[in-house]
Design a protein around this ligand. Structure first.
Ligand SMILES: C[S@@+](CC[C@H](N)C(=O)[O-])C[C@H]1O[C@@H](n2cnc3c(N)ncnc32)[C@H](O)[C@@H]1O
Length: 209
């Protein structure tokens, strides 16, 4: 989905995101890689919010999984990008190279599922992504979902990665505002358990029945 350019971005190529309406934004790959560019306040807070065995869907290079494991919390990342999974594993984060919609270990038994960094918008279908999270959780488990604090409603469109040398394929993406969260949660069979603002970012806790 993100394609080869995403893998190259993770290993240092400067990339940006173009939307089909012409908007261009930076690909915040440095935040995902952790280190001095990471949003430490966000990362520490969301890791504090995780309870019990935690599955990070679209874990990228695995910084959140790595923090969890360092704290002794059982955690697993899942990502479609082979480079992301390799980087995750090299930082001590267990990670599976797999589509999050394919069969995953522990289905129906995870205590926490993470959807950070806008991953609720993967594939442009937030109900499908939240429904998948609900399926993975145990009864009473919670999904921690970051919403886009700059978005209002659900902005579904086509985006692609670009660099100075390459243009990647278009893929569908949704930017999902927190105002849409109650309806999306209800559609996915999850109950709203709380909303937490972390600096300029916002995370909802959604509980499985
Ligand atoms: C916005 S980035 C989030 C980065 C990540 N949360 C981090 O902290 O580095 C989205 C990630 O989801 C992955 N991804 C996209 N579609 C996926 C899918 N269907 N299954 C698993 N991972 C997916 C991408 O490869 C990418 O690493």
């Amino acid at each position: 989905m993100f394609g080869q350019l995403y893998d190259r971005a993770l290993t240092g190529e400067r990339c940006w995101v173009r939307r089909d309406d012409g908007r261009v934004s930076r690909l915040p790959v440095h935040n995902w890689l952790g280190g001095r560019h990471a949003d430490d306040r966000f990362d520490t807070t969301i890791v504090d919010m995780c309870e019990g065995p935690t599955l990070d869907l679209g874990c990228g290079p695995g910084r959140l999984v790595s923090y969890l494991v360092q704290r002794g919390v059982p955690a697993l990342g899942v990502d479609l990008s082979a480079t992301a999974v390799r980087l995750a594993r090299s930082s001590g984060a267990p990670a599976l190279h797999r589509d999050l919609f394919e069969p995953l270990p522990g289905t129906g038994r995870w205590q926490t599922v993470l959807l950070a960094d806008g991953n609720v918008g993967l594939g442009g279908d937030p109900v499908r992504v939240l429904g998948r999270a609900a399926e993975l959780l145990r009864s009473g488990g919670r999904c921690l979902v970051e919403f886009d604090s700059a978005a209002i409603g659900i902005d579904v469109g086509w985006v692609r990665l670009e660099s100075a040398s390459t243009i990647g394929p278009w893929f569908k993406w949704a930017s999902v505002g927190i105002d849409s969260m109650p309806a999306l949660a209800a559609e996915a069979g999850l109950a709203v358990a709380g909303i937490r603002h972390i600096g300029t970012r916002v995370v909802a806790t959604l509980a499985a029945a």
